[in-house]
Write a protein that binds this ligand. Sequence first.
Ligand code: ZN
Length: 320
Amino acid sequence: MDPRGLHRFLFEGLPVRGAFVRLTSGWQEALRRRATVGAFAEPVRILLGEMAAAGVLMHSSIKFDGALILQIHGDGPLKLAVAEVKSDLSFRATAKVVGEVSINDRLGALANVGGMGRCAITLDARTRATGVQPYQGVVPLHGDQRESLDDFSAVIEHYMLQSEQLDTRMLLAANDEVAAGLLLQRMPSTGLGNLAAGRDEDLIGAHEDFNRLSLLASTLSRTELLTLDVDTLLHRLFWEEKLQRFEVLPTRFSCSCARSRVQQMLQGLGRVELEEILAEQNQVEIGCEFCGQQYRFDAVDVEEMFIPALLQLPPTSTLQ
Ligand SMILES: [Zn+2]
């Protein structure tokens, strides 16, 4: 079986589902492209890899046509970290770092120095009508006792429990070659057959099977998560369980940036500001923060941006 991509599985007879993801070439491409406009410090690269893996795991567990966006708004040197995953499980990630990052910094030191860091989870539907706000949930970067969370996976577990009332166990790890993650989730007991089981909320944190599987998953080391292929990993953890593997989905790096959108953003800056940049640098150059793609606009391009739409000739193709 293809060791790359996303693997989904069920525990036969138990209300628990799981997913395992290994981002390899796509993740390496994301880092390589980003390096062309400035590489991030290692702790930031690790966090972004974990966020990308988490985003793929989360998107694969919901039926949703659109982008799932994980955003950390930090109060430390990391001001912003973004991972975006589309329905086809293509992903991209970037960050904004202001200040020094030390080699051993984890989430708390990066983004929750004053306890104000938070993580937003956004579901932006592909067919969203203009004016309609996308769904967004926000969780702090600390736990119930206000303890700072150093693992991004704990932030997501917290979010899933709070907003979806779903017991979730997530393990994440990343380096410059691999971004990997394992997700276990207790499925909500809906339907007539489960009425006898009582209210679903009563089961949170108290479901024996889920707790047992979650405990087994916790024995996985970071190194194992990064290096083991899916078969070895699932066998090592759950060899006594009846696992049903049912889906393998490809993942890849993909950036949706476009010259037209960069142009819109520049138009928003205004003509005066652009002409000042032109006077200094002869062109306006913008690099995509996600993929490193350079967009260049010379004096003629800038001039054209501000011609009223009515005066612009349609493209030649429409004249034929
Ligand atoms: Zn891009």
